[in-house]
Design a protein around this ligand. Structure first.
Ligand SMILES: [Zn+2]
Length: 418
């Protein structure tokens, strides 16, 4: 009888689990085999559609083993490397060599293979990833965890910093005081019939308000999140797939392990600061979409083909003298794409110089696109000195929901921040 009492239905019980399950499944792609979920239940930042996101990167107090910062200092990222598709469950595991400077059974196995170009060997090459603390400027109170391949973001960030002009201080982007907002343009990445999202460009803008030092309390030690298997554990998982050719020479195996204790003797080019994508390995480096960015089902039904063709009505961005400008495709004539920019200017580009931000709506097409282009022209006219969403131009920047996709954000930003 008491059992029955325990199982008494109350409204909300099932919904509670449903909510939990949905949250689990959403973050479920997050690799528990290589990175732990932070104890403070931090949400994950994800790239889930094309467009623009404005974020700040928050530094954290480093722990042990960060390859780019001494322990106990403030730093903005944790680099790590994974081997993908390992074991019966095809999970990803931290490469013990690259990540922890210890012998790694998978790297050891790769070294012993005669043909380094063999598909199996190539597919095991460690992929370079990074963890960051991110604040989406739409929710400036909330620090999130971002786990992303270096090729999809960090590399672009580094390019910008390394190529900054003398009068810029872009490396201050991660400062709490006087830091910068990163404007990320997000593009689709299609590989193997699957779609994921990557940052196609990074631009920097002054941050209007500094972060309070308290925000550091919301961060976690990213170095402590990496899961370090022992050599034997990882080897056992690796050999769950028994189609691998075992090298019968056990003695050599032991010798290798001893030798691998010294990272300098490893096959990896340890001094190479950018081990991942040489062009030719880009596809292998990203054999699947990032787990965390894996789209739920078909992401954007409007994009059909593998080659994303730019068509009339699409929203695109174009880089002009280092700045990104957004606009709508007015006309496509062969390799000549005419863009009407949000400020009303018209220019032509080759399709490869454009970044697709949003496809034109296909169904109910003519109606909605006619409407939106009318809206656009209206915004275009009202733009100089006027907020198209009822706020105060140059003042309410990032305070309205519409700011995120506002066509006059740049102008408003300029007005606000001089
Ligand atoms: Zn390894």
């Amino acid at each position: 009888m008491s059992k029955k009492k325990n199982k008494k239905y109350k409204k909300g019980m099932a919904a509670k689990n449903a909510k939990k399950a949905a949250a689990n499944q959403q973050s479920g792609g997050f690799e528990r085999t290589s990175v732990k979920k932070p104890a403070n239940e931090m949400d994950f930042f994800k790239l889930d559609k094309m467009g623009v996101k404005r974020v700040s990167i928050i530094p954290y107090w480093t722990g042990e083993g960060n390859p780019n910062a001494d322990e106990g200092t403030l730093h903005y990222e944790r680099s790590y490397w994974i081997h993908r598709n390992i074991g019966a469950n095809q999970d990803s595991y931290c490469c013990l060599n690259r990540t922890f400077k210890k012998p790694c059974p998978i790297c050891d196995w790769m070294k012993k293979q005669k043909d380094p170009q063999d598909e199996m060997v190539k597919s095991l090459k460690p992929s370079y990833r990074q963890l960051f603390h991110v604040v989406d400027m739409k929710e400036p109170e909330k620090v999130m965890l971002w786990d992303i391949s270096n090729f999809f973001f960090g590399e672009k960030l580094n390019d910008e910093i390394n190529n900054q002009d003398d009068d810029e201080s872009l490396d201050e982007f991660c400062e709490l005081e006087g830091g910068l907002v990163l404007k990320l343009v997000i593009a689709e990445n299609k590989f193997g019939g699957r779609t994921s999202y990557k940052v196609s460009s990074v631009n920097f803008k002054p941050r209007k308000e500094d972060f309070d030092a308290d925000i550091l309390d919301e961060t976690v030690c990213l170095d402590d999140l990496l899961i370090e298997k022992t050599y034997d554990e990882l080897e056992a998982i690796f050999h769950q797939n028994e189609d691998l050719n075992e090298d019968p020479d056990e003695d050599e195996d032991d010798a290798d392990r001893a030798a691998a204790g010294d990272p300098d003797e490893d096959n990896e080019p340890d001094d190479d600061p950018d081990p991942e994508p040489e062009e030719d390995e880009e596809p292998e480096g990203e054999p699947e979409p990032e787990e965390d960015e894996e789209p739920e089902g078909e992401p954007e039904p409007e994009v059909g083909d593998d080659d994303v063709e730019i068509e009339k009505g699409d929203r695109v961005s174009a880089e002009i003298e280092g700045d990104d400008y957004e606009g709508v495709v007015k006309d496509v004539d062969g390799d000549d794409v005419t863009i009407t920019f949000d400020d009303g200017d018209e220019l032509s580009f080759a399709p490869e110089d454009l970044t697709l931000i949003k496809k034109a709506k296909k169904s109910s097409a003519s109606k909605s696109s006619a409407k939106s282009s009318k809206d656009k022209s209206k915004k275009g006219k009202s733009k100089k000195g006027k907020c198209p969403h009822g706020g105060t131009f140059g003042k309410d920047l990032e305070t309205l929901d519409e700011c995120d996709k506002c066509d006059v954000w740049n102008e408003c930003d300029e007005e606000a921040n001089g």
